[in-house]
Design a protein around this ligand. Structure first.
Ligand code: SF4
Length: 194
C-alpha cells in the first residue's frame, strides 16, 4: 500500500468539526504564511513516513464519526490521502470528512491530481491563512477561508459556533488541536518560549 508523510494524529477529538473525530496532520507545506500556527509542519522532509494501511487501521479502531485532515498541506499528498479516505469509508460507512487546504477550491478543481481527495471530501475549508483576517470565526484561521460543503453529509448547522481547542501533552512536548482563539495563541506563544 502507499505511504504518507505525516506529523501526527489523534484518534479522539471534538475540536475540529462535529462529533468524535480522528484528526490527521500531514507534514509539508510550501506556503510559509505569516503567523502560521504550525511552522514545524512546513518542512516537506520532516515528520515521519507512515504506511497508509497503518493509519487506516488506527482510523477503523477509533470508531470515529468524522475524519479531519489538516497540516501541512493535504493536497500535496492528495492521491494517497484520497485512497486512505476511500478505504476508511468502506470500514466506517457513516464517516464524514473535513479537509483543510491552503489552495482555493477553484485551484483544486483545475488540478487533476486533487480530484480523488476532493471527491472524498464532504467539507473543504480552503485558502491560505491571512493573519490580518484572523477575526475569531469558528472552524477557520482567517475569514478569507471558506467552508465549502461539497456533499450533504455535513451542513452549516452541524458546525460549532465558536473556536475550540485543546492542548495535548506528549512525551516530546505538547500539541495543540483545533483553531486557537486569541487567548490560546498567546498561551501557545508562552509555552513555545518556555
Ligand atoms: S497553509 Fe497552513 S500550514 Fe501552510 S504555511 Fe499557511 S498556515 Fe502554515
Amino acid at each position: 500500500m502507499s505511504t504518507l508523510r505525516i506529523a501526527w494524529f489523534t484518534a479522539d477529538t471534538r475540536c475540529l468539526g462535529p462529533g468524535k473525530r480522528f484528526a490527521l496532520w500531514v507534514q509539508g507545506c510550501g506556503r510559509k504564511c505569516e503567523g502560521c500556527i504550525a511552522p514545524s509542519l512546513q518542512d516537506t522532509a520532516g515528520g515521519k513516513v507512515s504506511d497508509t494501511a497503518e493509519i487506516l487501521r488506527e482510523i477503523a479502531e477509533s470508531g470515529a464519526e468524522g475524519l479531519t485532515i489538516s497540516g501541512g498541506e493535504p493536497f500535496l499528498q492528495a492521491e494517497p490521502l484520497g485512497e486512505l479516505v476511500k478505504a476508511a469509508r468502506r470500514l466506517l460507512p457513516g464517516l464524514n470528512v473535513i479537509v483543510y487546504t491552503g489552495f482555493t477550491y477553484e485551484e483544486l478543481r483545475e488540478n487533476p491530481s486533487a480530484a480523488g481527495l476532493l471527491a472524498e471530501t464532504d467539507l473543504l475549508i480552503d485558502g491560505e491563512y491571512v493573519r490580518e483576517l484572523d477575526d475569531g470565526l469558528p472552524m477557520r484561521g482567517s475569514s478569507n477561508q471558506r467552508l465549502i460543503f461539497l456533499t450533504n453529509r455535513l451542513d452549516p448547522g452541524d458546525m460549532p459556533d465558536s473556536r475550540t481547542n485543546k492542548i495535548i501533552f506528549t512525551e516530546k512536548g505538547f500539541r495543540m488541536v483545533g483553531i486557537p482563539s486569541k487567548g490560546a495563541k498567546e498561551l501557545l506563544g508562552i509555552m513555545q518560549e518556555g
